[in-house]
Design a protein around this ligand. Structure first.
Ligand code: ADP
Ligand code: MG
Length: 463
């Protein structure tokens, strides 16, 4: 009897397949229809067995029209289709009509794990402990820490972090994995770059293993995809990612993404994918301020038991604009030099190392350099210094900039005025006097100015 039903079901389904085959492209047919098995036909309902929940969702989303069409063609208007879903492991999920058990190979998960062994592809040296917190990265870091404690349960799902290169996006992701594994070793954390994701997907299509690919990733507790800007323009991969994303989100699994620019600027990224990011938290990492740069250098030195004078640390911090990778590179080179040559770290060595790392180290003391220096020390933007705001701290920074320019460059008062947004030379004269007055009365200004002149002297020929 059962056999009868199956045979009948098979022949109906085979006719459906013929029809479907003529309507859709070969790739889709192979991926989404060949793996389906006809199960039985009863009460004018054809039951088909699909390999997974995800597969079912995909069919419903993409191929429902053609399925409806062939069913009504074969079974008439009242014909119905029922899915039964092969279940992974021992958890069971059934859809539409109760049906069918699974003959699951035990090694199935193992097989996938070997194929996509990316979950361990993270670097243990990136932890929250050695991630220096500063104004620019605090939100990203604390959101990631909260997620590590309760993946999928915070409102940061997805967490989307964007920033320029070298500002710590990858570091935060690895730290999140590290922390989660420490707290909950059983959680499946899959970290990979969007490029790996794409190439695995392409490979899976080529080998007719799209289903394995999907099964693997929808099994994640935390899926972390780094640098998703590389998904732009990759229609098919985005589409697959979109479905994996939806599936994970629906089942309360955590998603973490990074990008090198704000989502709105991801040209060639599907709108519906972008809109998903708004479900959670999107945050940037801003470039580190001067203090944070100093703290990062100090921490890298400490990790390597190296001690160098504070003024050299400050010099490095002020020479490297924002990229923390470059800060790190400088420290690593210094350590190498120091240990290979058993020498002290001198200003000359620092300068030499920096010139290899930073394309253009400003070696000249000019007005631009001084403006940047004051801007970093006083935490006032260069634009504000050149602008016309009368806010006290901005005025002070502007005056200090003019004062230093007068004392350390050969520019005329008129020319200095021009550098500061086209101010009249009398404004520069006034600044000279104002700074002299402040130096006489205000201790903290005196301290700031001394710190800045120390930096300038480091740059001067005799070191
Ligand atoms: P991104 O992925 O944004 O390009 P990375 O995470 O690769 O940047 O960071 C570049 C380097 O800088 C890494 O070695 C990382 O450890 C280091 N780094 C970045 N931010 C910090 C920080 N706040 N504290 C300590 N190290 C940092
Ligand atoms: Mg990165």
């Amino acid at each position: 009897m059962g056999e009868e039903l199956a045979k009948n079901a098979n022949s109906i389904w085979n006719r459906c397949l013929q029809h479907i085959k003529s309507k859709i492209n070969e790739q889709s047919y192979k991926t989404w229809f060949e793996p389906i098995k006809a199960q039985k036909f009863e009460n004018n309902t054809l039951s088909i067995q699909v390999p997974s929940q995800f597969f079912y969702e995909w069919l419903e989303e993409h191929h429902i029209n053609i399925l409806t069409e062939v069913i009504s063609l074969e079974l008439g208007k009242n014909g119905k289709l029922a899915y039964s879903i092969l279940v992974n492991n021992n958890q069971e999920k059934e859809k539409t009509k109760p049906e069918i058990k699974v003959n699951k190979e035990n090694s199935y998960e193992e097989k996938l794990k070997n194929k996509y062994k990316y979950q361990n592809d993270f670097n243990k040296k990136y932890t929250f402990d050695n991630f220096i917190e500063g104004h620019g990265n605090r939100l990203a870091k604390s959101a990631a820490q909260a997620i590590a404690k309760k993946p999928g349960e915070t409102s940061f799902n997805p967490l989307m972090i964007y920033a320029n290169v070298g500002l710590g996006k990858t570091h935060i992701m690895h730290a999140l994995v590290y922390e989660t594994k420490k707290l909950m070793p059983q959680k499946k954390c899959f970290y990979l770059s969007s490029e790996s994701f794409t190439s695995q997907f392409i490979e899976a299509i080529r080998n007719n293993e799209t289903q394995d690919f999907v099964d693997y990733y929808i099994n994640a507790d935390i899926l972390l995809i780094d640098d998703i800007q590389f998904l732009t323009g990759k229609e098919k991969t985005q589409e697959m990612f979109f479905h994996i994303f939806n599936h994970l989100h629906r089942y309360g699994k955590q998603i973490v993404l990074t990008s090198d620019c704000p989502p709105a600027q991801l040209k060639g990224m599907h709108e519906r994918l972008l809109s998903r990011f708004k479900w959670g938290l999107t945050t940037d990492i801003q470039k580190p301020d001067f203090e944070t740069k100093v703290a990062i250098i100090e921490s890298k030195l400490l990790q390597n038991n190296l001690d160098i004078p504070l003024n050299l640390i400050k010099y490095i911090a002020s020479s490297i604009d924002s990229n923390i990778r470059d800060l790190e590179g400088t420290v690593v080179s210094l350590i190498a030099h120091a240990s290979l040559n058993e020498t002290e770290i001198t200003f000359d060595l620092v300068k030499q190392v920096l010139s290899n790392i930073v394309q253009k180290v400003e070696t000249e003391i000019n007005v631009k350099y001084l403006q940047k220096l004051v801007s970093e020390y006083m935490q006032i933007s260069e634009e504000d210094m050149k602008g016309s705001s009368r806010k006290k701290e901005i005025v002070i920074a502007r005056q200090l900039g003019m004062y230093l320019s007068k004392n350390y460059t050969t520019h005329s008062l008129k020319s200095i005025g021009e550098y500061f947004g086209g101010k009249h030379h009398s404004t520069v004269i006034h600044a000279m006097q104002a700074v002299e007055d402040m130096l006489a009365t205000e201790k903290h200004i005196r301290k700031q100015l001394t710190a800045m002149t120390d930096m300038i002297k480091l740059k001067m020929p005799q070191g």
